[in-house]
Write a new protein. Sequence first.
Length: 215
Amino acid sequence: MTFAFPAAPAAAVPISGSAALFPVHRVYCVGRNYAEHVKEMGGEVGRDPPFFFTKPADAAVTAGRFPYPPMSQDVHHEVELVVALGPGAAIFGHAIGIDMTRRDLQAAAKKLQRPWDTAKAFDFSAPLGPILPATQALTAGAIALDVNGSSRQRGDLSEMIWRVDEIIAELDRYFALRAGDLIFTGTPSGVGPVSRGDRMEARIAGLGTLTVDVV
Ligand code: MN
């Protein structure tokens, strides 16, 4: 096969303890998967169940820097457990990720009942750390995010409304899951804005710390 011009390189994520990279196929995200975050966004637990949206594969970046995007004055952090799928759509491992969000554009889209792509699926919108291999889903453990050393988000993976196995089963009803898929599993409460020069430090028990500088 010959391409008319060079194909974009595949997005890839380092794997802890391996020289091989994880090639990203798709990035799925779960919205409103922690009760306290549902409440802070003005939703009602029970009435507003979790749901899915997506980001492009090349939004998944591991450089540890987040270029502040154009067309927004209110870009928020959302720390999330990321589940990586391997062959057979089995769990391959976990990573720490941040679902960066243009909150102002999201609010406008909600009001006009329009899609969220410009709010969620922009360039560099899915910074994440290396994948730590695992065969079973993480179901509990602290998840947190600090900005410039100040606590912003604090939660526990056990607070998810849909657990990881439920998320995978539900996604599988809508999409053909494949090796290389990443799933951002939703954020606990405490989301808030970042500015250029800020340092985000995201932590999940057992996965270490992800440091991302806003540039
Ligand atoms: Mn999110």
